[in-house]
Design a protein around this ligand. Structure first.
Ligand code: DGL
Length: 275
């Protein structure tokens, strides 16, 4: 299957839940004319505390669902799945697959002043060491400190994300204090989980309070969208009209409330699917 032959086909995006809609949001800004098929594996979320073998198995079923819809490109809009299942997903796909970790690592290295990078993510992402591998492959001298912050996912889903929300600030401070204690020189922080961009303001503010200086905060979403553009630029859909967004989920409870927060625009609903 060549990209030219499939130019009118959609881009496939999947996540363990709704956090991946932050990637769809970036994709719709960078490639507004592209059709997108999104799958949230909401019945099996979270992936972040499951074993690598389980995450790989679940991720393969998600990708096969998208491939059955003849997507021309797959974006793994989940750091945990990217960290633990990328090789298996690439091996199982006839179309290009873009993970979240490489673009996130590249974004961090593009902005860090002194090469001191912090990464926050799920337990699975941190345990995988995927960010350390990606960052050290690009810059062997970089210092990477990673911390699992499991409470940030439910916080984002609950919508307690404002920069002045006392609960969000308390939890962010508790985690980030550990991170900056481990490496006080961190100048760039990677949001290594697709839920965390909702908490960007509170995280930036707490990082400033803890360090007394501005810490750059980056995520993978925009870099993933740019990586998609680099791959499909010669094709595009050429219509000039906004692309379709078709959303599927393995459980649809609370999605009406949650999804627009992550997508940043209203959406017409999710179709329930059984993988
Ligand atoms: N989407 C996951 C990630 O980016 C977070 C939620 C989960 O644990 O499944 O790592």
């Amino acid at each position: 299957m060549t990209l030219t032959a499939t130019r009118r086909h959609p881009i496939g995006v999947f996540d363990s839940g709704v956090g991946g809609l932050t990637v769809v949001r970036a994709l719709r800004q960078v490639l507004p004319g592209e059709d997108i098929v999104y799958l949230g594996d909401t019945a099996r979320v979270p992936y972040g505390n499951k074993s690598p073998r389980t995450v790989e198995r679940y991720s393969l079923t998600c990708q096969r669902f998208l491939l059955a819809r003849e997507v021309k490109l797959v974006l793994i809009a989940c750091n945990t799945a990217s960290a633990q299942a990328l090789p298996a997903l690439v091996a199982d796909s006839p179309v290009p697959v873009i993970g979240a970790v490489e673009p996130g690592a590249a974004s961090a290295l593009a902005v860090t002043r002194d090469g001191h990078v912090g990464v926050i993510g799920t337990l699975g992402t941190v345990r995988s060491g995927a960010y350390a591998t990606a960052i050290h492959a690009r810059r062997p001298g970089a210092t990477l400190t990673a911390l699992a912050c499991p409470l940030l996912v439910p916080l984002a889903e609950e919508g307690w994300v404002d920069a002045d929300d006392p609960v969000a600030a308390l939890i962010a401070r508790r985690y980030l204090a550990q991170l900056f204690e481990a490496d006080p020189a961190i100048d760039t922080l990677v949001l290594g989980c697709t839920h965390y961009p909702l908490l960007r303001d509170v995280i930036s503010r707490v990082a400033f309070e803890l360090t007394g200086r501005t810490v750059a905060v980056v995520d993978s979403a925009h870099a993933m969208a740019e990586a998609a553009r680099a791959i499909i630029a010669p094709a595009g859909n050429g219509r000039g009209a906004p692309g379709r967004l078709d959303c599927f989920a393995t459980d649809t409870s609370r999605l009406e409330e949650l999804a627009p927060r992550f997508l940043g625009e209203p959406l017409s609903g999710f179709e329930l699917v059984d993988l």
